[in-house]
Write a protein that binds this ligand. Structure first.
Ligand code: PSV
Ligand code: MN
Length: 397
């Protein structure tokens, strides 16, 4: 297959979910820089996600965070219906186990059985929400951990999480997945109950067959080799999905590839290499987990999606037969050159071509700017904020 066809085939198969929370005002623990165009309601978030899909053609799903996106006035069915009016679907369901006051000492790992019961019930509600909305993945991230040595019994907490996950897993329908996300620190700074991929893997294995590991690229120590983790999880059939973002220090939520695009290429390469060995691409939930504080949100999301497509397309170009030969003969320079050859290929004209073939704009960022959507949304949302008495000053449209 020639380069163009390989890229087109890769892009035909590539979809990535955007997060509802990436369209709303978010910030750091020090404060928020607000934007007039930021989504206020779930309707706004879905409209914005619909824009990203309309212009890129590869984001048909939007991830939701249960407490941030659902309320008593809007039924889940209404939310599903609203999504479909924007030609998208509700994707992964994210339970929220970190905002309620009762979670100060943890959620599924909390020493008090009553708090654990509340957390489990919320997860089971989220599983049912997924069933109502025909969504596949429930993605579980625990802020659980301790801040001080001796604060709680680490093994007891592990056992509490294990038994909670098994209980939640039992409620999954046949098509549902329970994705277990790990994070080395923050908000817990002494120990985190799911600190790394090995712990997430162990929890997922014990929970049941439909539990897999979720790799958030921002949740690793600086020198960690993420593609090795990906290769291991693939080999063990335990890779469930990704939360993509980039980072400089920790969980910085920077746009994908803004700091280290080669790392994302190497991750995609491991996936293509696995597919080459097994004759088919593995099923993986690709998701973005970014909250944009400085960049305009929809543009930043489109930029991220375009970067993901570029890096995925580049990774599809690696010549695996040649690479295997170089590896077998110990030709290190040539093996590395096989990766670089693909990475250095300018795939942008072929992606533009793919977009043309799919009646999509060649440059979705420019098309978005020209559409006037941002200005209209900003004017409308600014007015609604004033009516609602939400204080906000902004220099961004
Ligand atoms: C936590 O840092 C995380 O990566 C989890 O996926 C959350 O659901 C998400 O960010 C949003 O806070
Ligand atoms: Mn995440």
């Amino acid at each position: 297959m020639n380069t163009k066809d390989r890229i087109h085939q890769a892009l035909n198969d590539f979809q990535i979910e955007t997060p509802s929370w990436g369209y709303a005002d978010t910030g750091t623990r020090f404060g928020k820089f607000t934007q007039d165009g930021a989504a206020i309601t779930i309707q706004d978030k879905l409209a914005d996600a619909g824009q990203v899909h309309q212009l890129t053609g590869c984001c048909p799903q939007v991830a939701v965070h249960v407490l941030w996106d659902f309320n008593a006035e809007t039924s889940p069915e209404d939310v599903g219906q609203m999504a479909s009016t924007h030609n998208i679907k509700i994707g992964s369901i994210n339970p929220n186990l970190f905002q309620d006051q009762c979670y100060k000492l943890g959620s599924l790992s909390h020493p008090d059985i009553e708090v654990r019961k509340q957390a489990i019930a919320h997860c089971i509600d989220s599983v049912q929400l997924g069933q109502t909305l025909d969504s596949r993945a429930v993605t579980l991230w625990l802020a659980d951990g301790t801040n001080y040595p001796g604060q709680d019994n680490i093994r007891a907490r592990k056992q509490r999480v294990e038994s909670a996950l098994a209980e939640i897993h039992e409620q999954l329908s046949q098509d549902q997945l329970l994705l277990v996300e790990y994070k080395p620190f923050e908000p817990a700074f002494y120990h985190t109950d799911i600190a790394d991929w090995g712990m997430a893997w162990s929890y997922a294995r014990k929970a049941g067959e439909q539990a897999k590991v979720l790799v958030d690229t921002g949740h690793h120590y600086a020198a960690q080799n993420i593609e090795q983790i990906v290769a291991w999880l693939l080999d063990e059939k335990m890779l469930g999905g990704f939360h993509f973002n980039d980072r400089r220090y920790a969980d910085d939520d920077l746009t994908l590839g803004s700091i280290d695009p080669y790392q994302i290429f190497r991750i995609f390469h491991e996936i293509f290499a696995y597919a080459n060995d097994h004759g088919a691409m593995p099923t993986i939930e690709y998701m973005i987990d970014q909250s944009h504080n400085l960049k305009p949100k929809i543009e930043a999301m489109i930029q991220t999606v375009m970067t993901a497509q570029e890096l995925y397309a580049k990774a599809s170009l690696v010549d695996h037969d040649a690479l295997r030969g170089f590896q077998d003969r110990g030709q290190i320079v040539d093996a590395e050159r096989a990766l670089k050859q693909a990475y250095d290929t300018d795939v942008r004209p072929m992606i533009a071509d793919w977009r043309k073939a799919h009646k999509l704009p060649e440059d979705p960022v420019i098309a978005f700017r020209e559409s006037g959507y941002q200005e209209t949304a900003a004017a409308d949302r600014k007015k609604r904020r004033e009516e609602l008495g939400i204080n906000q000053t902004s220099s961004y449209a």
